[in-house]
Each structure stands twice: as structure tokens, then as C-alpha cells.
Design a protein around this ligand. Structure first.
Ligand code: PNS
Length: 166
């Protein structure tokens, strides 16, 4: 039978526990999940796309059916190029819905073969986003339980680099 491959795309700047939970649960549904990191260096992310890929690779290393890659351009073209059938997205709240619905319909129009599969996050992570993680971190808040410890280490190192540069 044909392998069911899904793509979980995003900026992942940085990966947080809500992302990780969603990746792990989607790995139970699909034969393979490719985490696709958007190359958006022009938006000056905190971590380069290479660093973000590395972080996710380290974290997902125990899962042999999880791959991590970078993409630029249209998501549907990337999905097609890797032979995936599906895009996985997390829906945290009603506020996510409009953007996600628009994106799913646009992607469907661009490539009707590709489905979007929405998953609800684990309740504990419904309010977690990469943006709030960065804000809390740089304001000195506690991120325990919200990001993997490796990601926290990277955040600490990035903060030290920024302080040294200032
Ligand atoms: O985690 P994010 O930042 O919400 O992820 C957004 C992402 C990467 C899924 C989205 O920006 C995307 O698919 N970008 C690629 C460009 C594209 O295909 N646009 C057409 C769909 S509207």
C-alpha cells in the first residue's frame, strides 16, 4: 500500500511543546511526517532556518518516521515534491480559524490533490505560541514545561550572544 506522508509546515521560531505534541500525535496517524521549516530569513527570525531544522531534528531524533526539511515558495509545491498527501496544521483557538481556513482553501485551489488535516492541540498547550515563548523568555519569565530543554538552552545561548553584541 502507498505510504501516507504528511507535511507539518511552519516557522518554528522556535519549536515549542505544542508543536512537538502535534508532531508526535500525527506520527501515529501517518506513515511519515515531514516537518517543513519555512525559509523566512527576510523576516529576521530569532533562529536561522538551519538552526530551526537542527533543533527539530535533535528533538525528533527518536522517531524514525519523522523527517525535517526546509522549504521556500509555495507550500503545495513542496508537499507535491515530497509525494505527501496532506498538510497538518494545529488549530489552537477560534482566532486561528480564519487564517487557517483561508490558507487551506487557497492550498486546495492551488492543488486539489492535497488535503489539510487540522488537529486540536493538547489542552495544556492551547495558549502556547512561538511568539509568546520568545516574549516571555526575553522578559525573564519561566518557560519550564512549554519548550524542550534543548530549545531553552538555545534561547539562553542566543540571549548571551545578543547581550555580548550590545
Ligand atoms: O507557523 P506559521 O508561521 O503560521 O506557518 C505558516 C506557513 C509556513 C504554513 C505559511 O506561511 C505557508 O505555507 N507559507 C508558504 C507560502 C504559501 O504557500 N502560501 C500560500 C498559502 S496561503
Amino acid at each position: 500500500m502507498k505510504k501516507r506522508i504528511a507535511v507539518y509546515p511552519g516557522s518554528f521560531d522556535p519549536l515549542h511543546n505544542g508543536h512537538q505534541d502535534l508532531i508526535e500525535r500525527s506520527l501515529q496517524i501517518f506513515d511519515e511526517v515531514i516537518v517543513a521549516v519555512l525559509r523566512n530569513e527576510e523576516k529576521e527570525p530569532l533562529f536561522s532556518s538551519e538552526e530551526r531544522v537542527e533543533m527539530i531534528q535533535e528533538q525528533m531524533e527518536p522517531f524514525s518516521n519523522c523527517r525535517v526539511d526546509r522549504f521556500s515558495g509555495l507550500l503545495v509545491d513542496f508537499v507535491d515534491s515530497v509525494g505527501a498527501c496532506c498538510v497538518v496544521r494545529g488549530l489552537r483557538a477560534v482566532s486561528d480559524f480564519e487564517y487557517e481556513f483561508q490558507m487551506a482553501l487557497m492550498n486546495k485551489r492551488l492543488n486539489p490533490r492535497i488535503e489539510t488535516f487540522f488537529m486540536a492541540p493538547k489542552e495544556d498547550f492551547t495558549y502556547v505560541s512561538s511568539r509568546t515563548v520568545k516574549e516571555v523568555f526575553f522578559l525573564g519569565g519561566n518557560l519550564e514545561g512549554l519548550v524542550p530543554s534543548r530549545v531553552l538552552d538555545r534561547l539562553e545561548r542566543r540571549k548571551a550572544q545578543e547581550l555580548a553584541r550590545a
